[in-house]
Design a protein around this ligand. Structure first.
Ligand code: PBG
Length: 327
């Protein structure tokens, strides 16, 4: 056949394929979410996330060191707290001597060059398991902002570099920016969970933190998975309120949203490859149903191709190892 265009010419050898490759993953793309817990010399595996552990602070240091050695240098911390520390107003979230600020201080002291991203939301500290203050079954928006502000300030005072509001209350990015600036923390960045959907894929994360809502669901504050134009409204607001990064969450079922934000905003776009997305690949790989390593790299590549240049992923360490071995 006399074909002028033969796309296969550019696929005929590994060298040519590499030359024309449009997207490349780098270890610098990754942020590793890590679960911390109280106590000493403790490490407990999250049953729905094989290979992912909750660490007491002393053991977390080893984990961070191993990651740093592999080139992963940004960590997003999440606290697993006993029920006894939780209350209706998440007061433990801004206790300067609590687990979370203590962990930030200790990590920054030991690893000054590591970047610490935090989580700002009430759920790990809330006896209701919701991201905001609950009254008569409703999640209150404006009163919640005050708690979020205190939490973010405690995190910044402890040395956090990037504040990550994951709560989806209206107006929180602007509110946090103001609180941080008034506290003198102009250099502390905000990575807003701009388009965060009410997703089934957060299940394993809630196991990790014992943070599932005690009643109802999160649909009055997290977005409806059916909507994409609404993501532009959320992103626009967060941009105007001063966000430094815009995040889409989850990632794999929302690649169109990643592309939408990347096409429309000039801030760095992040995507959160969430716990359920990790669990699916791990479960299938453990059953021998697919090649877990290849599925991991293909997923991460797809997230980057869609337009995310920052990827929060539980695969960060494993993918870093893969990249070292295969590049
Ligand atoms: C809650 C929060 C969630 C995640 C990060 N922060 C879960 C939720 O909204 O219930 C999910 C992360 C994951 O599934 O990996 N503020």
């Amino acid at each position: 056949m006399n074909l002028i265009r033969r796309p296969r010419r550019n696929r005929q050898s590994a060298v040519i394929r590499d030359m024309v490759q449009e997207t490349r993953l780098s270890v610098t793309d990754f942020i590793l979410p890590v679960f911390i817990m109280e106590g000493q010399n403790l490490r407990s595996e999250v049953s729905s996330m094989p290979g992912i552990y909750r660490y007491s602070l002393d053991l977390l240091f080893n984990e961070i060191q191993e990651c740093v050695d592999l080139g992963v240098k940004t960590f997003d911390l999440f606290p697993n707290l006993p029920e006894s520390r939780k209350d209706k107003y998440a007061t433990e979230s801004y206790n300067p001597d609590g687990l979370y600020p203590t962990a930030i201080r200790a990590i920054k002291e030991r690893f000054p060059d590591v970047v610490i991203m935090t989580d700002v939301a009430m759920d790990p500290y809330s006896s209701d398991g919701h991201d905001g203050i609950v009254e008569n079954g409703k999640i209150l928006n404006d009163p919640t902002l005050e708690v979020l502000g205190k939490m973010a300030l405690a995190q910044a005072q402890a040395g956090a570099n990037i504040i990550g509001p994951s709560d989806m209350m209206d107006g929180r990015v602007g509110y946090l920016r103001q609180v941080l600036d008034e506290g003198g923390f102009h250099d502390v960045a905000i990575m807003s969970y701009a388009a965060k959907y009410a997703s089934a894929f957060y299940g394993p994360f809630r196991d990790a933190l014992d943070s599932a809502p005690k009643f109802g669901d999160k649909k009055t504050y997290q977005m409806n998975p059916a909507n994409s134009r609404e993501a532009l409204i959320e992103a626009q607001l967060d941009f105007e309120e001063g966000a430094d990064f815009l995040m889409v969450k989850p990632a794999l079922a929302y690649l169109d949203i990643i592309k939408l934000l990347n096409d429309n905003f000039h801030l760095p776009i992040a995507a959160y490859n969430v716990s359920g997305e990790y669990a699916m690949i791990k479960a299938a790989a453990q059953n021998g149903w697919l090649d877990g390593e290849r599925a991991m790299m293909e997923s991460l590549m797809a997230i980057k191709r869609a337009g995310a240049n920052v990827i929060l992923t539980y695969f960060a360490k494993e993918a870093a190892r893969y990249l070292l071995k295969n590049n």
